[in-house]
Structure formats: C-alpha cells, structure tokens
Design a protein around this ligand. Structure first.
Ligand code: 13P
Length: 255
C-alpha cells in the first residue's frame, strides 16, 4: 500500500481561542497561504466563531469544524450543541474525544462513542482523538489505552462509515508542552491503531484510513512527523493560531 493513496488531513484545533472578529482576520490571513495545498485543510473553532469562520473560508479550500458535539439530537442539556445543529449550520467537521474534554469535562470512552455515533448519524466528518497520559506511557500500557479508547469509540461504527472518520493520535504528555513525540514514537502508535482497524474491519479499510498525529506539532517538526509511513496528517493546537506557522505545516503535508 502506497502512503500517498491516503490524502493527508491537516486540522487546526483552536481550542478556546479567538473571538469571531479574530477568527475572520486569521482565516483571511491563512487563505492565500494554504490555497495551493495538496491536502485537506480544516480549522476547528469555538462554536461562537463557526459562522464567522465559515463566512471567511467560503470559496477557499479551508473547511471548518467544531470542537465537540452532544450525543442527543435535542433536549434538556443546557449549554450543549447537537450534531444535528452543527449539520444544519453547514459545519462539515467535528472533533470528538479530545483529551482536554476527557481531562477537564468528564468525557469517558462511552460518551465519546455516543458522540461519534450522533455525529456520523448527522452526516458530519469526525476527528476522533485518542492518546495516553504520561503515567500510562511510563507503565508501558500506551497500546492498551489507545486500543481501548479506539475500540469503544468505534464500537457502533460500520465499515462503510469509516470514510467519515479519522483518528488523531495525541499523546497527552505532548499537548501544549512543547514536548513532541519522536517521529518513531508517533509512527509506532499510529501503526498500532492502523493494525487495530485492520482487525476490526479489514486490511483494505486500514490502508485507506487516515490517522493524524497531534501534540506540539509545529512548523519546525511537521515535515519529519508527516514523513512517517503511518502518520497521515496532524491535529495542530498552538501552531494553528499563527497563519505562517500553520501554512508551513500544510506545505509539509502537501509534499
Ligand atoms: P498543541 O499543538 O498546542 O500541542 O495541541 C495539540 C492538540 O491538542 C490538538 O488537538
């Protein structure tokens, strides 16, 4: 299988950054810099920025995503946004299961599974995040943790739905810390995830499946990480808040 048959996805995760006006300005700055990208370019932004971001990105190759969605279609869930609402608003992508939601907002493997199900049912494209914390890596159970998170999240997902889901492997110890997994460490876990997809579905499904690395990926280290056989893109936090840095990463994925 030729790695180049998988189209890389470079996705920014703005987290809780940028007002609508700042979102518009940043996307206007990014548009010309990523116009010739030979990869999928996505920016996942706070809910409040979605309309401004989609308006700014209109007519460009930048796709917009949300950073979470609820599992129910509607109901008494104060403060939440459903997948149906995102779809109706014209949002194509959504991140689900980010480690910050698992760490700070009580997200479990089961709620991640339910959100994935709702997002796919609504017709959204899902960026599913998995990854171990430092103590788990030190215990040598990275593979078990990542495989469990992946298995539970995909437990209701059919093979024909895999085209609408990608996985971002994000070791929690590498997020926002400036400490990146080495290209070998990133590839090792992305490969484990690909082998799991082959077990759960088929080798052909696994060969087509996009797996990103995330965790302090930046303009300086992206090329080396993205050159790894099983790394098909990146989920970028801090470096997606700067147009020039993000563009360098997009360029690296387009090679
Ligand atoms: P950083 O790139 O800031 O480490 O964040 C990674 C991340 O969490 C993307 O979802």
């Amino acid at each position: 299988m030729d790695k180049s048959l998988r189209r890389p996805v470079i996705a920014g995760n703005w987290k809780m950054n940028n007002t609508p006006a700042q979102a518009k300005a940043l996307i206007e700055e990014m548009k010309p810099l990523v116009a010739n990208a030979d990869c999928e370019v996505v920016l996942c932004v706070p809910y409040i920025d979605l309309y401004a971001a989609m308006e700014a990105a209109q007519g460009s190759n930048i796709k917009i995503g949300a950073e979470n969605c609820h599992w129910a279609e509607k109901g008494a869930f104060t403060g939440e946004i459903s997948a149906e609402m995102l779809k109706a608003a014209g949002v194509p992508y959504v991140i689900i299961g980010h480690s910050e939601r698992r760490q700070y907002f009580g997200e479990t493997d089961e709620t991640v599974r339910d959100r994935v199900r709702a997002a796919l049912d609504a017709g959204l494209k899902v960026i599913l995040c998995v990854g171990e914390v430092l103590s788990e890596r030190k215990l040598g159970i990275t593979s078990e943790i990542v495989c469990k998170q992946t298995k539970v999240a995909l437990s209701g997902v059919k093979a024909e739905e895999l085209a609408n889901i990608i996985i971002a492997y994000e070791p929690v110890w590498a997020i926002g810390t400036g400490e990146t997994a080495t290209p070998e460490q990133a590839n090792e876990v992305c490969k484990i995830i690909r082998e799991l997809i082959a077990d759960l579905y088929s080798k052909a499904d696994a060969d087509r499946f996009v797996i990103q690395y995330g965790g302090s990926m930046n303009d300086g280290n992206a090329a080396e990480l993205l050159a790894q056989y099983d790394v098909d893109g990146g989920l970028i936090g801090g470096a997606s808040l700067k147009a020039d840095k993000f563009a360098v990463i997009v360029d690296a994925a387009s090679k």
